[in-house]
Design a protein around this ligand. Structure first.
Ligand SMILES: [Zn+2]
Length: 449
């Protein structure tokens, strides 16, 4: 029997079971070890060497390794199992209790990134149980703290245990499997080759403080900061289309309708230049806007600790996502120029380093194209820039060739409505999740047979 068919037959519901187990553990504030222990048990039972390394109490990172023949250097399969918090969000189902409704699986982390973690576990276990030796070691890393900068996870592993994850190629989150509007077929396979740089700035305005019954009559730091934030909100970084974005715009033009489709088509044709008229239209769509420019948005606000106390400092955190050809310095300078008020201090919150890129057209792209063709015929496969940031930056900084894929098909509409990563009511269509695992299985097969 062909190895692949054998793998498909013995796949069973492992990915679904692991996914539900992972989703049922709240990893929004640490606690990754608890979620990983049952997974480690599965690897142990399959005779796969596995360990959970904690960067601090409860913050586990699982590393398992399936030995290959050594014909090629290792392949790293990476997923993070922490999730963003749900506080302040209005969920229709308990976020840490996977719930099926109307064909969707709802739970925090189902799209980011526990579906990928469970697909990795399923594919790795199948490989181990098949008794076949892959042409390279396959390393599984299920990690902590990606959503808070990777300090508890990949960055910590890179700094302290790099030998355990050192690989030639890495597959991480960050790509996409985009369904058409009716969720009937896979419309596009996005292979993330580059990502925006994540940088948060702290804006501070200071005051004298005191009793709120005698408010300042000259300078109120809350108003100073509020004016600055309005200017930041209205400021638009210049638009341009990078080479990997050009293809994304062309593909989007084929999918969209009306003036938006026209503007996308025109911008793809004129890339890297984006004409002002096209920019006007594209700039109104939050998904495409993020592809053609650096963006900055206010995400956190802080004033006085109590309602009857005047603040001595009012602070905002402005989160910027910087196109890979622009620098953190230039963005800070642009913000300072837009705010144009020396009373507002601009500082940087943790620097995570820049996103970096992996080459398009290499063996991973070939493997992804082959896998997609096998599963979904002449589906479009596209190298993409990702607006979000992933742990791939730490791997790319070490010279690893890292790519973002996805194992959780979803529609663009869900992303726009906020049902995807980080949103309330995060969900994925249930029937497509096994297809995502099939995709990973095929890609891994292409890279290891
Ligand atoms: Zn993620």
């Amino acid at each position: 029997m062909n190895l692949l068919i054998a793998l498909l037959i013995c796949a069973g519901p492992v990915d679904g079971e692991v996914l539900r187990q992972l989703l049922a553990v709240d990893t929004s504030h640490g606690g990754e070890t608890k979620a990983l222990e049952p997974v480690a048990q599965r690897f142990k039972s399959a005779g796969v060497p596995v360990q959970i390394l904690e960067s601090s109490a409860g913050r586990g990172n699982l590393i398992a390794r399936i030995a290959g023949t050594g014909a090629h250097k290792p392949l790293l399969l990476l997923a993070h199992i922490d999730v963003v918090p749900v506080e302040g969000q209005k969920w229709n189902t308990p976020p840490f209790q996977p719930s099926e409704k109307d064909g969707f699986l709802y739970a925090r982390g189902v799209s980011d990134d526990k579906a990928m973690a469970s697909a990795i576990v399923a594919v790795a276990l199948e490989l181990a149980k098949s008794g076949q030796r892959p042409s390279r070691d396959v390393i599984v890393a299920l990690t902590a703290g990606e959503e808070t900068g990777g300090f508890a996870g990949v960055r910590w592993l890179v700094e302290n245990h790099f030998d355990l994850i050192d690989a030639e190629l890495a597959l991480n989150e960050g790509g996409n499997l985009q369904l058409d509007e009716s969720s009937q077929r896979v419309d596009q396979v996005g292979l993330q080759v580059s990502e925006k740089t994540f940088q948060t700035f702290r804006l501070t305005a200071r005051g004298k403080g005191g009793h709120s019954s005698v408010p300042p009559t000259d300078v109120d730091p809350a108003l100073t900061l509020a004016r600055a934030l309005v200017r930041v909100g209205e400021f638009r970084f210049p638009a341009h289309a990078l080479p990997e974005v050009k293809g994304q715009l062309a593909a989007a033009a084929a999918r969209e309708k009306g003036p938006l489709a026209d503007a996308l088509r025109s911008a793809a044709a004129s890339a890297p230049r984006v004409a002002p008229a096209d920019e006007q239209v594209i700039g109104r769509d939050r998904v495409y806007n993020a592809l053609i420019r650096t963006t900055c948005v206010t995400t956190m606000l802080q004033g006085s600790p109590q309602d009857n106390v005047l603040p001595t400092a009012v602070e905002a955190q402005v989160n910027c996502r910087i196109l890979p050809d622009e620098s953190i310095d230039s963005v800070q300078a642009a913000l300072a120029g837009a705010i144009a008020d020396p009373a507002v201090e601009i500082g940087r919150v943790d620097a995570f380093g820049s996103g970096g890129a992996s080459p398009a057209g290499g063996e991973v792209e070939r493997a992804v194209r082959a896998a997609a063709a096998k599963l979904w015929g002449d589906v479009r496969v596209l190298p993409i820039l990702q607006a979000g940031a992933t742990d791939s930056r730490y791997l790319r900084q070490k010279g690893m060739v890292a790519y973002g894929i996805s194992t959780a098909p979803g529609t663009l509409d869900d992303q726009r409505k906020g049902f995807a990563a980080h949103g309330a009511n995060e969900r994925r269509p249930v029937r497509w999740l096994p297809e995502g695992t099939n995709f990973l299985r095929q890609v891994v097969h292409e890279l290891t047979h």
